[in-house]
Design a protein around this ligand. Structure first.
Ligand code: ATR
Length: 277
């Protein structure tokens, strides 16, 4: 039987974990799919998507820096993709290109199902106001935290982002220097600072003792933000590997109508990361 073909497009794409994740999902669920990673520079996205479809492709993931371009390219959008302003999952519905965004739900599933955190009634702070923050605001508001706060180095960007979501719920906005005296149950790092091993300057008592820290980035070693959490009283301070697997599972579900088990895949990936020099 011919395999249904899926792929992830990105630039660069060399270190993508998506092929390994989807291969494990396919194995586990008996789905006959092939999933490959393709290097696609931003200027080539439209042509690459058309060529992929012409070759019989069934669905795509998009990663950095293609998610906003995918949003513009999609002919139809799910409500959560529209809110996020970015698309990480594509498929075709009666030959119309449908764009979805599974990043936010991936985070929520990791936080609530895997890590057993309650968000309802809690004070949640997001650091950063770029694309990564935008992708998670809608799903976080849906969890009804008592406070959802957004802090950014550039205050104006946080204000603009909060205004965009005003109809869905209140988001309190802070400059990084204005956080003193405020405390949160959960702090999520959505800045790209971690990528460079950096950390925004944070007050020592920003996290409630026994609270949680979550970095959207992941790495073989604890990120600077994960370390900050551990050094500042967090009961749980973790990176975003679980979110990566959960967003993939949600895409798999959209494409195949089957929900794979994520826990064993997260464990396998974590073990493999640990072997990375
Ligand atoms: P992404 O799509 O990954 O969110 P982005 O849109 O470039 O990337 O946004 C990066 C975010 O990280 C921004 O909120 C940025 O703050 P500014 O809006 O002030 O630029 C934040 N950021 C990056 N490096 C940072 C650093 N060293 N300290 C604090 N914030 C940082």
């Amino acid at each position: 039987m011919a395999l249904d073909h899926y792929a992830v497009f990105g630039h660069p794409i060399g270190h993508s974990k998506s092929p390994a994740i989807h291969a494990q999902f396919a194995d586990q669920t008996g789905q006959k799919i092939a999933y490959t990673a393709c290097e696609v520079p931003p200027g080539c996205l439209e042509v690459a998507v058309k060529a992929f479809r012409a070759g019989g492709g069934q669905g795509l993931n998009l990663t950095v820096p293609l998610k906003e371009l995918g949003f513009a390219l999609a002919q139809e959008l799910t409500p959560r993709a529209r809110l996020a302003g970015a698309v990480n999952t594509l498929c075709w519905r009666e030959e119309r290109l449908l764009g979805d965004n599974t990043d936010g739900i991936g985070l929520i599933r990791d936080l609530t199902l895997n890590l057993k955190l309650t968000l309802t009634g809690r004070r949640v702070l997001i650091l950063g106001a770029g694309g990564a923050a935008r992708g998670i605001l809608g799903p976080l508001l849906e969890q009804r935290p008592i406070q959802l706060a957004l802090a950014n180095r550039t205050l104006k960007r946080a204000q603009e982002l909060a205004a965009r979501f005003a109809a869905l719920g209140e988001i309190s906005v802070f400059g990084l220097a204005d956080l003193a005296g405020h405390r949160f149950d959960l702090i999520i790092n959505a800045t790209s600072a971690s990528l460079h091993g950096e950390l925004p300057p944070l007050p020592d008592d920003l996290l409630i003792p026994g609270g949680a820290c979550y970095d959207l980035m992941y790495a073989a070693q604890p990120t600077a933000f994960v370390r900050w959490g551990l050094e500042h009283g967090a009961a749980l301070s973790v990176d975003g590997l679980g979110m990566l697997v959960e967003q993939a599972a949600e895409a798999f579900w959209l494409w195949r109508g089957v929900r794979p088990k994520t826990r064993p895949v997260i464990q396998t990936l974590r073990a493999a990361l640990g072997r990375t020099p």
